[in-house]
Design a protein around this ligand. Structure first.
Ligand SMILES: Nc1ncnc2c1ncn2[C@@H]1O[C@H](COP(=O)(O)OP(=O)(O)OP(=O)(O)O)[C@@H](O)[C@H]1O
Ligand SMILES: [Mg+2]
Length: 249
């Protein structure tokens, strides 16, 4: 891109820490984030977890759109942006303001990689997410496509879903071949994003334990100056009411 993209690169002003994971399907993000979550809690930290495409606000619509295969690249993208905006204000910012550690399974870079492969413009998608805050740590799990395929097939799911295989793009009638082509293109986009946003690259072909040790070492380093704060995690209702909605909402 010729111009400076509109995505913030400044640190966020909150007392908590935002740690996010990125990578293609089957790269091992959730496995690593869950282990990190347990470790942080064992160290006495208050941790809040949030994941891509999980807000109640758009869940039913996204599900319906996926079921009847009516999503277009733009509606797909806008629904995910709405999901993200909702979770940012209701799930990410409140615990960060309360000094907690927020773990996010996928962040805006997922949209930058996937939606661009679906055909939306890189500039448009970066502008769309310009309200996002910069994570304190962003891990990218780099894995060759064949490793991801074998993990998804060998895992609990055992098969590819229609949209994760990019079947809406008519790349190939065979779902595994479509996944291979679609996710390979996403890998290509991620490689650009890693440089553009300086994501921390993990060798995701390594065994689970080695990667987790490396992640804990890096997170431990980054948390050195961080003073754990007593979160109000258990008292949710009071907790949420303490934070006002931003004026633009
Ligand atoms: N380092 C690893 N070595 C071997 N298998 C792994 C490794 N990490 C994860 N797996 C396995 O691969 C499968 C996919 O892992 P996981 O669900 O963590 O991936 P993901 O990146 O979160 O995928 P998705 O984007 O689809 O949610 C799981 O069955 C998991 O147990
Ligand atoms: Mg996952």
């Amino acid at each position: 891109m010729s111009e400076q993209p509109p995505v913030s690169r400044h640190p966020h002003p909150y007392t908590g820490k935002l740690i996010i994971v990125e990578g293609i399907d089957g790269s091992g993000k959730s496995t690593q984030l869950l282990l990190l979550h347990k470790w942080l809690e064992s160290k006495g930290h208050k941790v809040f977890f949030t994941e891509w495409n999980s807000s109640e606000l758009v869940k039913a619509t996204t599900k319906r759109g996926k079921k009847n295969k009516s999503l277009t690249p733009t509606t797909f993208s806008l629904l995910h942006a709405t999901d993200f905006a909702s979770r940012l204000y209701h799930e990410i910012l409140p615990p960060l303001k309360a000094g907690m550690i927020v773990l996010a399974d996928r962040y805006i870079y997922t949209a930058f990689a996937r939606d661009v492969v679906r055909g939306v413009s890189p500039e448009w998608i970066r502008k769309l997410y310009s309200f996002a805050i910069t994570p304190d740590m962003a891990f990218y799990f780099r894995v060759p496509i064949e490793v991801a395929i074998s993990r998804v097939i060998g895992g609990t799911r055992g098969q590819f879903k229609y949209y994760e295989a990019g079947m809406d793009m008519n790349l190939n009638p065979d779902v595994t071949e479509s996944f291979r082509l679609f996710q390979s293109r996403i890998l290509g986009q991620y490689e650009k994003i890693v440089d553009e946003f300086q994501l921390i690259t993990m060798n995701a072909t390594q065994d689970i334990e080695s990667q987790q040790n490396e992640m804990r070492r890096l997170v431990g380093e980054a948390l050195k100056g961080y003073k754990p704060r007593r979160g109000t995690h258990g008292r949710r209702t009071v907790f949420w009411r303490r934070f006002d909605e931003p004026k633009s909402e």
